[in-house]
Write a protein that binds this ligand. Structure first.
Ligand SMILES: [Zn+2]
Length: 349
């Protein structure tokens, strides 16, 4: 069992980072990678300079010129400044704080110097400069668009998804937990409501590309009551309901995924429990996460009051520092969404 676990994590690491570890800085290490980067249909040469940290791609600083920005490097104090007409970013080597205009934000990875080249986390920087960023895990490529258009054929997986016949004419309701005055769990300044919404948005896009009709109980940072959430799904007569959450525990070592459902005696072809089983199995495998299993929760409003098969997925523990570092990355959120996508198609079959 232990050996198998070790082996799986090793394969997982190779998949995400390639094999070569280049330097250790703090707890999260940098790895070289073969990710290809496109900016507005122009491929940026990797030249084995790209690194990843925390699932985030770091590329040479000069790349920002293609995004229409200028940069300054101050080697005395290790300061990087990136500017456009309307934006001003300041960051430092080995530090994941970034001053974005007047706000201090946490970047998913720390700028670093490798073989004399200054590297910056491209997704964060590009988005801060107003570009749109997409990642295709299958081809391991990142597309940055300054116009906001991602080429239709960028997601090879979209094409596959189009053939998911089972999604056609189906109504899926996605429920990003919490929102507005209710942040959900909060750890190291990260709010659960934001993570829930991020994953839901990615999943919505995947399902829509697959031909499903998708509604979200909220699309922005807004408070929505629990009964309202269930009503939305019931009024739409949705086929499935998926509530997306992240966990917290007083035990900071706790990590992993669990799926909650409402225990019902109705033995229909698909019910909450069966759906939960599918969701949990896929999350554990796809995220290489610790398995807390499926848990019946008779008092959970959203799964109890909805009349279609419904689950509440807890995608990880925000109170575990190293797990949280993973949860905040787009790459993790994409994998989680992909896993839920798979479960939804499986449940509809
Ligand atoms: Zn929650």
């Amino acid at each position: 069992m232990v050996l198998k676990k070790l082996f799986t994590s090793f394969v997982f690491l190779i998949l995400f980072f390639g094999v070569l570890k280049v330097s250790a800085q703090d707890k999260s290490e940098y790895y070289s990678c073969n990710t290809s980067l496109w900016i507005d249909n122009q491929q940026i040469e990797n030249d084995s300079t790209f690194l990843t940290q925390n699932y985030s791609l770091l590329v040479p600083l000069h790349t920002v010129k293609i995004l229409g920005a200028t940069y300054e490097w101050d080697p005395e104090i290790w300061r990087i400044r990136i500017r456009t007409e309307s934006r001003n970013l300041t960051m430092y080597i080995a530090n994941n704080n970034c001053a974005n205009q007047t706000k201090i934000e946490k970047m998913p990875a720390k700028p670093t110097i490798h073989n004399g080249t200054i590297l910056i986390p491209i997704r964060y920087v590009a988005e801060a400069l107003g570009a749109k960023v997409a990642w295709n895990g299958k081809t391991d490529s990142v597309f940055v668009s300054t116009t906001g258009d991602i080429p239709e054929d960028f997601y090879g997986s979209t094409k596959e998804a189009e053939t998911v016949e089972v999604l056609r004419n189906r109504i899926i309701v996605l429920d990003p937990g919490h929102g507005g005055s209710d942040p959900g769990a909060v750890a190291w300044n990260v709010k659960e409501k934001d993570l829930n919404l991020q994953v839901a948005k990615i999943l919505k896009e995947m399902l829509q590309n697959g031909g499903a009709t998708v509604y979200m109980t909220r699309t922005e940072d807004r408070y929505i009551g629990l009964y309202t959430r269930a009503d939305i799904a019931n009024n739409l007569n949705a086929d499935l309901f998926v509530s997306i959450h992240h966990n917290a525990s007083s035990n900071s070592g706790a990590r992993g995924v669990m799926t909650l459902y409402y225990p019902s005696s109705k033995n229909t072809k698909m019910n909450g429990q069966k759906f939960a089983k599918i969701v949990q199995k896929n999350l554990v495998n796809d995220l290489n996460a610790r398995d807390w299993g499926i848990i019946p929760r008779p008092n959970l409003v959203v799964t109890r009051e909805t009349r279609m098969p419904a689950v509440l997925a807890e995608l990880g523990f925000m109170t575990n520092k190293s797990e949280l570092e993973r949860l905040v990355t787009y790459e993790f959120q994409y994998q989680a969404a992909k896993s839920l996508f798979k479960s939804i198609t499986e449940a509809l079959r």
